[in-house]
Write a protein that binds this ligand. Sequence first.
Ligand SMILES: Nc1ncnc2c1ncn2[C@@H]1O[C@H](COP(=O)(O)OP(=O)(O)OP(=O)(O)O)[C@@H](O)[C@H]1O
Ligand SMILES: O=C(O)c1ccc[n+]([C@@H]2O[C@H](COP(=O)([O-])O)[C@@H](O)[C@H]2O)c1
Length: 179
Amino acid sequence: MQLAVFGGSFDPVHIAHVKIVEQALKSLEIDKIVVVPTFLNPFKTNYHLEPNTRYELLKKIFQKNKKVEICDFEIKQNEAVPSIKTVNYLKNLYKPSKIYLIIGADNLKSLEKWYKFDELNSLVEFVVATRDGYVDNKIDSYKVLNIDINISSSKLREEFDLNFIPYQIKDDIIHHIKT
Ligand SMILES: Nc1ncnc2c1ncn2[C@@H]1O[C@H](COP(=O)(O)OP(=O)(O)OP(=O)(O)O)[C@@H](O)[C@H]1O
Ligand SMILES: O=C(O)c1ccc[n+]([C@@H]2O[C@H](COP(=O)([O-])O)[C@@H](O)[C@H]2O)c1
């Protein structure tokens, strides 16, 4: 089987994340996409929504799609988890013949600084989602998902706009903002 892995902070999850999953299912020959919310990105120092909340919101969005699995491996570690650890865990679990690892174009500039990058690079094929404001010539050497939605979780935390929140979780997000 062929697998795609899409890790992220999803703090909160927004419509560009959903489009990435949809595009991956359309354009990569995969049997399953595993979405992995971080406990904490190894390059970040804090999060906003609790890890379990971010996990539950993802589950609510994708619950009807049998090809999408939300994985709680990283949030259960209670610490920042490098992607290679997650990839190895999923490799053992599914024994896929191929693993795509999806990242946004903003991650290209620091990709080689990821933990054990060379080893990770030998285990997966990176796929890059295009992102407004992040032009990088390196993108030409990757499979690309065209996303083109100008939104980020940090912008959403600063200027809350429900238009960028997936419809399945609008009420939950309103609730989390009020509490
Ligand atoms: N609008 C977007 N277009 C393309 N890729 C995106 C977009 N938003 C997020 N991604 C990618 O999806 C993955 C998960 O993103 P993440 O949860 O960090 O959201 P974010 O919007 O980048 O958050 P933040 O603003 O806090 O960095 C990352 O690889 C990121 O590059
Ligand atoms: O493995 C690493 O060293 C590493 C360093 C930085 C980021 N990552 C992963 O990149 C993914 C995207 O992170 P983020 O915070 O931009 O959504 C997420 O799965 C992180 O764990 C992984």
